[in-house]
Design a protein around this ligand. Structure first.
Ligand code: KG4
Ligand code: ZN
Length: 349
């Protein structure tokens, strides 16, 4: 079954084609992405109305591009999957209405899928894909969650952020440091020059048991540190790098401590790390060490599939559509808030 995947939940328009008759990564026939980051950068964050309009402009040309790259035509599409949530409702509607319109015209099944399930299973597109069950750390701009993944659709939430997501904290810290949006890669770059010993920021919620996270206090701590340096006239380039480093160390240390706990608690030996923040090199190095210590293994999507993309949506949609699932009564879905643990195993509908 050849499935067209459409991602429009936030600020990237992603499209891909996945073929279920081929396994793992070889099933990905083509993928294309248009990032709106430059358009939103002037505003320091995503402007929802601009995002929706841009998805409308980019989506159809991207679908044509993917079909051309795969040397296929619309008639070769057997099913369509789109991101139904969570995300910005206007942006989601663009993908949902395009998917439904095309599916009706082509007479093929259509299914709205969960964006975070896409991130969760993105490493399945790699040659060295993880087997079920595994622990997943989902770290994006909107989510920080630890999930026990037993099988497709069988997800148990182990812990999550009670306030800001890790990526959101990176973005806010970047803003305080005068860096561009999205802040994660910028903070990581500046932190390279930072002295890890100059400041030590707190590791929130690590001194008590449990797998929940909190990053908003760390944000306040960062702001206070910057203000103090400003007041004392010490806020030079090195000091900014030192703050970036202390912030990054604190976020990473917190994520690593909780991953270690989740592996110990579940007894599992496979850890999947996905979502935008999983692109962070220092996080990867620290998790590799941690996994090595307990004969566990960490799995990641390739770089460009860490952040939002159409390939992960095509993959998840293909698994579910192939199992017979589709949007019931042809009703399109756009669900801005949608807890991951409400998902179930694929069911024919
Ligand atoms: O998964 P994603 O593309 O979009 C959401 O669904 O949120 O994640 C984007 C987030 C942004 O907050 C961005 O700052 C963060 O991922 N990010 C990083 C890095 N690359 C992207 N955070 C830390 N280090 C990075 N290298
Ligand atoms: Zn995402």
């Amino acid at each position: 079954m050849r499935v067209l995947g459409i991602e429009t939940s936030c600020d990237e328009t992603g499209v891909a084609l996945y073929d279920t008759s081929l396994t793992g990564g070889s099933g990905l026939l083509a993928d294309a992405l248009y990032s709106q980051i430059a358009m939103h950068a002037d505003y320091g964050g995503v402007v929802p109305e601009l995002a929706s309009r841009d998805h409308t402009r980019r989506l159809l040309p991207l679908i044509e591009q993917v079909l051309n790259d795969a040397k296929l035509t619309r008639k070769d599409i057997d099913g369509i999957a789109y991101t139904a949530g969570p995300g910005l409702v206007g942006a989601l509607m663009v993908g949902a209405s395009t998917a439904h319109g095309m599916a009706r015209a082509l007479g093929v099944p259509v299914l709205g899928v969960h964006h975070m399930e896409g991130h969760l299973l993105a490493p399945m597109l790699e040659e060295d894909a993880p087997e079920f069950p595994f622990v997943a750390l989902l770290v994006s701009g909107g989510h920080t969650q630890l999930v026990e993944v037993k099988s497709l659709g069988n997800y148990q939430l182990l812990g999550e952020s009670v306030d800001d997501a890790a990526g959101e904290a990176f973005d806010k810290a970047a803003k305080m440091l005068g860096l561009a949006y999205p802040g994660g890669p910028e903070v990581a770059r500046l932190a390279e020059q930072g002295n890890p010993k100059r400041f030590r920021f707190p590791r929130p919620m690590t001194d008590r048991p449990g797998l929940d996270f909190s990053f908003s206090g760390l944000k306040t701590h960062t702001l206070t540190a910057i203000r103090q340096l400003e007041t004392s006239g010490e806020l030079n380039e090195q000091a900014r790098a030192d703050v970036a480093r202390a912030f990054e160390e604190a976020v990473i240390d917190t994520l690593v401590i909780k991953c270690r706990r989740a592996l110990d608690q579940t007894g599992l030996k496979r850890l999947v790390v996905a979502g935008g923040v999983s692109a962070n090199q220092r996080l990867r190095e620290r998790l590799a060490l941690e996994c090595e210590k307990r004969q566990a293994k960490a799995y990641y999507p390739r770089g460009r599939f860490c952040t939002d993309n159409g390939a992960m949506i095509a993959y998840v949609g293909a698994q579910r559509l192939a199992a017979g699932e589709q949007d019931s009564n042809g009703v399109m879905q756009a669900t801005p808030r949608w807890p991951l643990d409400q998902l179930a195993a694929p069911s024919a509908s």
